[in-house]
Design a protein around this ligand. Structure first.
Ligand SMILES: Nc1ncnc2c1ncn2[C@@H]1O[C@H](COP(=O)(O)OP(=O)(O)OP(=O)(O)O)[C@@H](O)[C@H]1O
Ligand SMILES: [Mg+2]
Length: 258
């Protein structure tokens, strides 16, 4: 249904800004960011707290629109889309994994995973079959009837990943997917994301952990609403004038991946 071909970029953000309005005050969370996500990409976004990472992820996932600049998802300029068209594009193109899982509390793992398929108009039986297959894929078939509070953090995160993948998206956006997990569980979530990436799903993840970021094929570093290192660097890019004590995202970490 889209005009996008196999080889065209999955997502292209060109000079996007996002300015929140809060009680009459403008909060510029993004101040001119350009970024392309290619099919099959594996991109890590790092940067200090408040630098705009989640805001950028929300834009890339079509959960929000830029204040200025151009955002093209799956070949479609979001400025031309109505809210229902945006919802449909999201449902067809991207999967989103949040740090805090965002699962429905009173709903079983199986029904949480099946939920995005409701918007596809699939019948209950097919929804449950596909959700079951996806739970199997993340190693949780035996937890299908558990509700979130009956599962561990790692299991809930795997349910969230299964829900993000059940619509067969070309891009998986994960905002600190290992942030709430112990390191062994975090490693298994990362391995899962990497095996999906090996199958061709583009993965974009936000992380505070340098060893996690180093595993990605590309890294970008954000600060104060700008990409200050990585590719492409904004014109107002990183300079020695930036506070040197910020250790979470030094420019030397860029392209450190093997
Ligand atoms: N809904 C909102 N209204 C007003 N300001 C907001 C809103 N959401 C975020 N902000 C502000 O925008 C800036 C960027 O926020 P964002 O959540 O993108 O940061 P982040 O890089 O994801 O940080 P963290 O690492 O802590 O998750 C912050 O200064 C934040 O206070
Ligand atoms: Mg965030």
């Amino acid at each position: 249904m889209t005009e996008c071909t196999e080889r065209s970029p999955a997502i292209v953000a060109t000079d996007v800004s996002r300015i929140y309005q809060l009680e009459g005050v403008s909060v510029p969370a993004l101040r001119g960011v350009s970024l392309t996500v290619e099919p099959g990409d594996y991109l890590a976004i790092v940067g200090t707290s408040g630098s705009g990472k989640s805001t950028l992820m929300h834009l890339l996932g079509g959960l929000d629109r830029p204040t200025t600049g151009t955002l093209v998802i799956g070949g479609r300029d979001v400025a031309t889309l109505s809210a229902p068209e945006m919802a449909r594009l999201r449902n067809e193109t991207v999967g989103f994994v949040f740090q805090s899982f965002h699962l429905l509390a009173r709903t079983t793992a199986l029904d949480n995973v099946a939920l995005p398929l409701v918007y596809r108009g699939l019948g209950r039986r097919e929804r449950r079959e596909r959700a079951m297959a996806m739970l199997q894929r993340v190693g949780l078939a035996h937890r299908m009837n558990h509700r979130p509070n009956q599962m561990s953090g790692g299991e809930q995160q795997r349910v969230a990943i299964a829900r993000a993948l059940v619509t067969d998206p070309s891009v998986l956006l994960a905002d600190e997917p290992t942030g709430n997990l112990d390191s062994a569980t975090g490693q298994s979530i990362l391995s899962l994301l990497e095996s999906l990436n090996a199958e061709g799903v583009a993965v974009v993840l936000v992380t505070h952990e340098r060893d996690v970021a180093a595993r990605a094929r590309r890294q970008i570093v954000m600060r104060d609403g700008l990409i200050v290192a990585g590719d492409p660097v904004s014109s107002a890019g990183w300079s020695s004038a930036d506070t040197p004590e910020e250790s979470s995202a030094p420019p030397s970490s860029v392209e450190a991946a093997p």
